[in-house]
Design a protein around this ligand. Structure first.
Ligand SMILES: Cc1cc2nc3c(=O)[nH]c(=O)nc-3n(C[C@H](O)[C@H](O)[C@H](O)COP(=O)(O)OP(=O)(O)OC[C@H]3O[C@@H](n4cnc5c(N)ncnc54)[C@H](O)[C@@H]3O)c2cc1C
Length: 412
């Protein structure tokens, strides 16, 4: 998100942009650990519009981003939920998504990989404009585009403090960000990943790192710290509602001879099962994820491995598809969702500050909104208003009034 905002600002002719990141390789960044799903099929207008604009951008660079418009097939076993999904098609299709409602009989015809226990379903939606993308290629594009326009990326720089000042000498309570303090990691330890995690979670640079302290004056500051954004908010007295929540993904190996007749993995997009499991082909394997509802918030990157696969994935896969009866766990990983109370992102200027902006906490949809958010936030910063997609519903001020929440139920 930081690279997207920087690229969009630079394209508007802003100079002197610096992106600060403690680890541009993204060992603990959600952007490097996600599932590569890209869809505009949401239930809230602002999310549909932001994702649709981003999907248009992915389509334009389809080859570079390995963007495949293979659709999302979403299965329902709850009649009320399905009725809402069918009702939300009005909005989605008004915005050009062409979402179809499928009967139970049509599901198997549509996706022969689904051949078990379909009678317990009540229907499905299929959204043909959605698909799969290589998120690392997208991130690399933003970064390269920004660099070509003069943006400086400071790697291994930890933002350790923020200095604020009153915005005007004439009084008033509005503040501005004056400068940020940086700790540059100039020499590391053997277990660098572990030390980075300790640094990010405890907010103290481990003594095993040699650091050089410096600071940067800021005319404008944008908080794009993802799941780590609350730590920064706490430093400047902004009450944050974001919670980091662990999400696990596994790669699964299926023997080609075990696939049910008619199954062609290369034509399959994302399948979201009624159980909450999601699945799509990923190179030689399948990628599947599931978010146990009770997972407690925290900065937890541990992956439960084979146990996760056996406990959460395999039973759900084999329940819906004979192709997964004899599949095997290959490997997997865990990353963080930055979750808000209404499961929508936080974007905009921060009240009480004249030069503080933010774009973070996208729950499970940062990649698929990344282009629109970067472009629109740049417009807000430079011109004072959004240009194409009105992101103002995503302001953090909405949390003061539950009627203004952008409740997004269609998340996985
Ligand atoms: C398992 C999983 C599956 C997902 N699936 C999808 C999907 O299919 N589609 C989709 O669109 N989204 C998905 N997401 C969500 C998506 O990955 C995120 O919304 C998105 O990557 C967030 O990007 P970001 O730039 O806001 O945060 P990040 O990518 O986390 O970037 C934040 C950066 O801030 C840096 N940082 C933090 N604190 C400091 C500090 N004090 N000083 C300096 N640097 C700091 C970190 O190093 C990091 O690089 C998934 C996420 C997970 C975990």
């Amino acid at each position: 998100m930081g690279a997207s905002v920087a690229s969009a600002l630079a394209r508007r002719g802003v100079d002197g942009i610096v992106v600060v990141d403690v680890d541009l390789a993204g060992v603990y960044a959600s952007s490097e650990l996600n599932a590569g799903g890209a869809r505009a099929t949401w239930w809230q207008r602002v999310n549909v519009e932001a994702c649709r604009l981003t999907l248009d951008f992915f389509r334009e660079h389809a080859e570079a981003f390995s963007f495949r418009e293979l659709g999302y097939l979403w299965l329902y076993d709850d009649a009320d939920l399905y009725a809402r999904a069918v009702e939300r098609r009005t909005l989605q299709n008004e915005l050009g998504l062409g979402v179809e409602a499928l009967s139970v009989a049509e599901i198997a015809e549509h996706s022969p990989i689904l051949d078990r226990n379909l009678t317990e379903l009540v229907g499905a939606t299929f959204s043909p404009r959605d698909g799969l993308v290589n998120p690392n290629a997208v991130r690399a594009w933003y970064r390269r585009d920004a660099e070509e326009r003069g943006v400086v990326f400071l790697n291994r720089h930890y933002l350790s403090g923020v200095e604020t000042a009153l915005a005007s000498a004439a009084g008033g309570s509005a503040r501005r960000i004056r400068s940020v303090a940086l700790s540059e990691i100039i020499a590391g330890v053997a277990d660098e990943a572990g030390a980075l995690l300790r640094l990010l979670t405890t907010h103290r640079v481990p003594s095993e790192f040699a650091v050089a302290e410096s600071s940067l004056e800021c005319e404008t500051f944008v908080n794009c710290l993802g799941a780590w954004s609350p730590l920064l908010s706490a430093k400047i007295g902004v009450r944050d509602v974001t919670e980091p929540v662990r999400r696990q993904i596994s790669l699964i190996d299926v023997n080609a001879t075990d696939l049910a007749p008619g199954v062609e993995p290369e034509t399959l997009g994302m399948v979201v099962d009624a159980s909450g499991l999601y699945l799509h082909p990923d190179g030689a394997f399948f990628l599947a994820g599931y978010s146990p509802p009770g997972d407690a918030p925290g900065y937890d990157f541990s992956y439960d491995g084979q146990a996760f696969f056996e406990r959460e994935l395999w039973p759900r896969l084999a329940h819906r598809s004979s192709s997964f009866e004899r599949c095997g766990h290959v490997r997997g990983w865990a990353g963080l969702y930055a979750v808000t109370p209404d499961c929508s992102g936080i974007v905009g200027g921060v009240a009480g500050f004249t030069n503080l902006y933010e774009a973070h906490s996208f729950t499970g949809r940062g990649v698929m909104q990344s282009y629109a958010v970067g472009r629109e936030l740049a417009s807000l910063i430079v011109d004072g208003c959004y240009e194409t997609v009105d992101l103002s519903p995503l302001t953090r001020e909405r949390f003061a009034d539950p009627n203004r929440w952008i409740r997004e139920d269609l998340h996985i």
